[in-house]
Design a protein around this ligand. Structure first.
Ligand code: NCD
Ligand code: ZN
Length: 344
């Protein structure tokens, strides 16, 4: 069995910087023609000038002979200006702005504390059709960590969409049936990315026989009913759902500790993992739209030329990859079998 797809893109990716960037970028560039690159560096990428410099560092790390286009994002803060949004729109490489509620996830302390402060910026984005990418979790410590996405919809997202009725929004890495239903019920200006790991695993994976830090990410894996709802959404044929790996590399030493970082690394086998999820739902025929059409259509970018082929063939994921300056990176499914293999 094999399947050939139009060359896909990754609409949510963490590439980091420096030597870590050089370690992970070849995995993504082998699979995807383009990726929406998250701006949560230290310090965050908050200006078009910083995005241009980061883009140049990414392009310098692309392996020779590979064509890969980073689609850059700006990190929204309380201090983002309307002029910065205009510069972003005028650039041909900043494609979106990312909203991290302050404190919601890795490197989000500079995030937005009150969306009211961003009103003029959001109006400008609405006017110019620059999408807002949303990390959809409230940060209220009184809200159970498994409920933070569901509560975000009612407290933040629904009012935001009502107030800015033309704003394009991507609800990033959705993890619940609530989010899938919400996005499906919205008009075409609202879409969502779904990771491979949220299609393949429920929260039991974090606790199977002991605590497993490599299954810990944010938003955290949820119950099986939610996984099934995400799989239904991804394989439904709806153009509102598309591929975003949220591949988020962290050094082994920062995952396997008493307070480990959030993030699953999936870039080494992203398409293979998605193929496994789609095959489990007998929906491989829906993978191409999810991986290669819905994202560019939403962003108003051309679909890619060229193709990739996946074959149904077992292979074993490495236990780890070299990462940055002498560190290791443990990927999802480390040392385990995968059922699909990307050719080339
Ligand atoms: C991401 C990271 O490590 O940058 N971590 C994660 O668990 N997904 C941040 C994010 O996307 O929330
Ligand atoms: Zn992310």
């Amino acid at each position: 069995m094999q399947i050939t797809l139009t060359r896909p893109d990754d609409w949510h990716l963490h590439l980091r910087d420096g030597e870590a960037l050089a370690s992970v970028l070849p995995h993504t560039a082998r699979q995807f023609a383009r990726a929406i690159v998250m701006p949560n560096l230290r310090p965050p990428v908050t200006t078009v000038v910083a995005a241009a410099a980061y883009r140049a560092r990414i392009l310098a790390a692309v392996p020779a002979g590979t064509i890969f286009e980073p689609l850059m994002t700006l990190y929204l803060t309380d201090g983002t200006t309307v002029d910065e949004i205009r510069r972003a729109v005028d650039s041909d490489f900043v494609r979106a702005v990312k909203l991290y509620p302050a404190g919601a996830t890795t490197n989000s302390d500079a995030g937005v504390s009150d969306l009211e402060r961003c009103a003029a910026v959001l109006e400008e984005m609405e006017r110019s059709s620059l999408p807002l990418l949303v990390h959809g979790e409230v940060t209220d410590p009184a809200i159970d960590v498994f409920d933070r996405e569901k509560v975000f919809i009612e407290r933040i997202l629904r009012p935001l969409l009502a107030r800015y009725s033309g704003l394009k929004v991507v609800f990033e890495h959705i993890t619940t049936s609530d989010a899938a239903d919400f996005v499906a019920a919205c008009g075409p200006r609202v879409a969502a990315t779904i990771t491979a790991h949220h299609l393949l695993y429920n929260r039991n994976a974090i606790f199977a026989g002991g605590i497993r830090p490599h299954y810990y990410c944010l938003p955290v894996l949820k119950r099986e009913v939610h996984r099934q709802a995400l799989l239904r959404a991804a394989t439904s044929g709806s153009p509102k759902f598309f591929l975003g790996t949220d591949s988020a590399p962290h050094a082994q030493t920062t995952k396997e500790v008493s307070c480990g970082c959030a993030g699953c690394y999936t870039a080494h086998a992203a398409l293979e993992l998605y193929a496994e999820a789609f095959a489990s739902a007998n929906a491989l025929h829906r993978l191409e739209a999810f991986a290669s059409f819905n994202g560019p259509d939403f962003y108003g970018l051309p679909r890619n030329a060229g193709q990739v082929t996946l074959v149904e063939e077992e292979w074993r994921t490495p236990q780890s990859f070299a990462y940055g300056d002498g560190e290791s990176l443990v990927p999802l499914r480390a040392g385990e079998l995968l059922r699909w293999r990307l050719l080339g």
